[in-house]
Ligand binder design. Structure first.
Ligand SMILES: Nc1ncnc2c1ncn2[C@@H]1O[C@H](COP(=O)(O)OP(=O)(O)OP(=O)(O)O)[C@@H](O)[C@H]1O
Length: 199
């Protein structure tokens, strides 16, 4: 479903990574770990079609991201690392209505609240809900568990696990321990992507 071939990206002449090959299925979960600044966000944004690589190609369902995104509206969505909220109520911050997602993430009772007055953790959940509520076929989630307490992390993980039975969920984290057993795990480090043994 997602294929990256010899991907490379540089900023100001300095390569973040090169030679990144990746092949992910249509349905399931995959996780990218790596130290600060190793390029996880950059990789996810390239897969989402939000950034152009300097080398290599990406295919989503056999199409370049720009084509896939045009043909299949809201099928490939990226959730920012930073909690991203707009003015207005929580419900004004959403593109799609999906009570199942709001309830699973604990946002169900907050739809009328001013989004900018939410706590950091709830802003982060809103950032994720904005993406998942549109039911993308590919959800690219940048550090989805950051800002969350243990209970919310657990609820989010359970929901992502369910979601990944019908779509592809790719997410990043700094904590290998939170990656469920059996999930394909990749590490970006020193400009390379390695397939790590499953924890
Ligand atoms: N727009 C940009 N212009 C210049 N350099 C950038 C830009 N965006 C990212 N970088 C640099 O690219 C490298 C990779 O950044 P990126 O945010 O992808 O890493 P990351 O693995 O997601 O980091 P973190 O774990 O800290 O979130 C870093 O050195 C960063 O400073």
């Amino acid at each position: 479903m997602i294929k990256a071939v010899r991907l490379g990206k540089k900023y100001g002449g300095v390569w973040v990574f090169r030679g990144v090959d990746l092949e992910l299925p249509e349905v399931g979960m995959a996780v990218v770990v790596g130290p600060n600044g190793s390029g996880k966000t950059t990789l996810l944004k390239i897969l989402a079609g939000l950034l152009e690589p300097d080398e290599g190609e990406v295919y989503i369902m056999g199409m370049p991201p720009a084509v896939a995104i045009r043909r299949m509206r809201r099928a490939v969505l990226y959730a920012h690392q930073e909690p991203l909220v707009l003015a207005g109520a929580v419900e004004d911050n959403l593109f799609c209505r999906n009570d199942e997602v709001f309830d699973a993430l604990g946002l169900g009772g907050l739809l009328g609240r001013k989004a900018r007055e939410l706590s950091g953790g709830y802003k982060k959940l809103l950032t994720i809900a904005r993406v998942l509520s549109c039911r993308p076929k590919v959800a690219l989630l940048d550090e989805p568990t950051a800002y969350l307490d243990a209970e919310k992390r657990k609820a989010l993980m359970e929901y992502l696990w369910q979601y990944s039975k019908r779509a592809l969920v790719v997410w990043t984290t700094h904590y290998i321990a939170e990656v469920p057993p059996g999930v394909p795990l990749y590490e970006l480090r020193d400009g390379r992507l390695r397939n790590l043994a499953t924890p």
